[in-house]
Design a protein around this ligand. Structure first.
Ligand SMILES: Cc1cc2nc3c(=O)[nH]c(=O)nc-3n(C[C@H](O)[C@H](O)[C@H](O)COP(=O)(O)OP(=O)(O)OC[C@H]3O[C@@H](n4cnc5c(N)ncnc54)[C@H](O)[C@@H]3O)c2cc1C
Length: 316
């Protein structure tokens, strides 16, 4: 077992969280790609207060931390993640009237598609696009998740965000600096900064007839079923480059069906990379490299990953 974190930190976390804290927890089952190694320390939180306590404790002890939502937009390295992984299951949700609409406040561990379903059943419109998007509200707020021409940017009123070493702040839409699958928070790790953490989000909803909302959501689901493969994956691997679909480029490069180990590029949708059994994170990374290089060679386009590679990768 690798244990880089000090014994004192482990003890403090154990005093606070008791049996919720695990050492050397295998992470693959918490991700939709079903790959990756273990977390040095692993904690499941069920409230935003616990989430805040956990990341504050880790940060002040100098221990690296990573918030895991639905694990649907990440590939975790085979060698795992050093430090603390916090599995976010803080799921409280409430609704309040505000002017002509309704505001939903959701803790960041709430499941996005379950929330979309709940809104539809209450006759509240605005999240139907999210009916088939896996993961948590927190993951969606960070990545500006979207589908069918809509996204979180269109619904977010405010997000409660913890800034390491500074405290808790309320960000409005403008503060999030949203772009296509992009936000200011997505750049923390890339820039080598400790990651900010979304504790909760306020989403704007609009009353609409339940049957209209249900029909819209069913249409979106049917569209998804028609175009996207099943199986273990992270959804779209690459962002769509300007004026192109990543899936079209990978397909045209002749890579549909390409297999490395148990990882394969879907025959149904070339931007979906499937774990067909016992794939490793390294198998998927090799497929990513193959697709990126082939598209660059054939079209001169350098695709950008939509998915985040996290943990202790050998090339780092
Ligand atoms: C089959 C399939 C279909 C998909 N379809 C779509 C789609 O249509 N549209 C779309 O946009 N995406 C889609 N995705 C990708 C994925 O569902 C979204 O990116 C989703 O929003 C990720 O949320 P998550 O909770 O799983 O995040 P995770 O994968 O757990 O984490 C992603 C990143 O967000 C960070 N993060 C998570 N929670 C927090 C938090 N509370 N505070 C700070 N950082 C946090 C993590 O640390 C990590 O850096 C699809 C994925 C799959 C598997």
């Amino acid at each position: 077992m690798k244990l880089m974190t000090t014994v004192q930190t482990v003890e403090r976390l154990r005093q606070t969280f008791g049996e919720q804290l695990h050492v050397n927890e295998a992470l693959a089952r918490y991700t939709t790609a079903r790959v990756g190694g273990s977390a040095e320390l692993f904690l499941t939180v069920t409230t935003s207060e616990e989430l805040l306590t956990a990341v504050e404790m880790a940060y002040s002890a100098g221990v690296s931390y990573f918030v895991l939502g639905g694990g649907s937009n990440i590939i975790i390295a085979d060698s795992g993640i050093t430090g603390l992984v916090v599995l976010n299951r803080a799921r409280r949700v409430n609704f309040r009237h505000s002017g002509a609409g309704v505001v939903c406040t959701a803790e960041s561990g709430a499941n996005l598609s379950a929330l979309a379903r709940q809104c539809i059943s209450k006759g509240l419109g605005g999240l139907e696009w999210a009916i088939g998007v896996p993961g948590t509200v927190g993951g969606a707020v960070v990545g500006n998740a979207g589908a069918h021409g809509a996204d979180i940017d269109g619904q977010l009123l405010a997000a409660t965000v913890w800034e390491p070493g500074r405290g808790v702040f309320v960000y409005n839409r403008e503060d999030m600096k949203y772009g296509y699958r992009d936000s200011v928070l997505k750049h923390d790790a890339l820039a080598g900064r400790p990651r900010r953490v979304v504790l909760a989000a306020e989403l704007q909803l609009k009353p609409e007839a339940v049957d209209v909302l249900s029909a819209r959501a069913e249409g979106f689901n049917a569209h998804r079923k028609d175009r996207q493969p099943g199986g273990a994956s992270t959804g779209s691997m690459f962002k769509n480059p300007e004026n192109y679909y990543a899936g079209y480029l990978i397909d045209t490069a002749g890579l549909k069906g390409l297999r490395i180990g148990d990882a394969l590029i879907s025959e149904k949708h070339a931007n979906f990379f499937i774990n067909a059994g016992e794939a490793t994170a390294e198998d998927i990374r090799a497929l990513i490299a193959e697709a990126w290089n082939s598209v660059r060679e054939q079209f001169g386009i350098e695709m950008e990953l939509e998915v985040e590679l996290v943990g202790d990768w050998a090339f780092e």
